[in-house]
Write a protein that binds this ligand. Structure first.
Ligand SMILES: [Zn+2]
Ligand SMILES: [Zn+2]
Length: 122
């Protein structure tokens, strides 16, 4: 409860997750400004362009899929978010401490619920 604690909290630019209410610190390995929750991967529509915090929407950004960035040798992953309020789509690089289980569940979602029979591929 000291002044230095408040200062530090402001500097780290953390936030409370809109979905699972986790207290998320701002700094994370592998990302400069974290914009999604490492546990449930939800985000908030605060940016008009990446990092500007200028969007008036403030809607919940739901993770809907995984993108593998083209041209990255080690298959860099990004999360595709869709805003529940205005429908805007946005991709965000994953952070080093994002929950791998949640990322995998997202990546496997279309495989777990195929829109066509996949028996023929076996
Ligand atoms: Zn969360
Ligand atoms: Zn929005």
């Amino acid at each position: 409860m000291s002044n230095s604690d408040q200062l530090r909290r402001h500097e780290s630019d953390g936030f409370t997750c809109v979905h699972c209410k986790l207290q998320v610190p701002g700094a994370a390995w592998g990302t400069k400004h974290r914009n999604h929750c490492p546990a449930c991967l939800h985000s908030r529509h605060v940016d008009q362009t990446s990092g500007d915090r200028a969007s008036p929407c403030k809607g919940v950004m739901e993770p809907i899929g995984i993108e593998v960035r083209a041209g990255s040798r080690d298959g860099e992953w990004a999360i595709i978010h869709r805003c529940r309020t205005c429908g805007q789509l946005r991709t965000n690089r994953i952070a080093g401490d994002d929950a791998e289980r949640a990322l995998l569940a997202l990546a496997l979602r279309p495989i777990a619920n195929p829109a066509f029979p996949i028996d023929g591929f076996r």
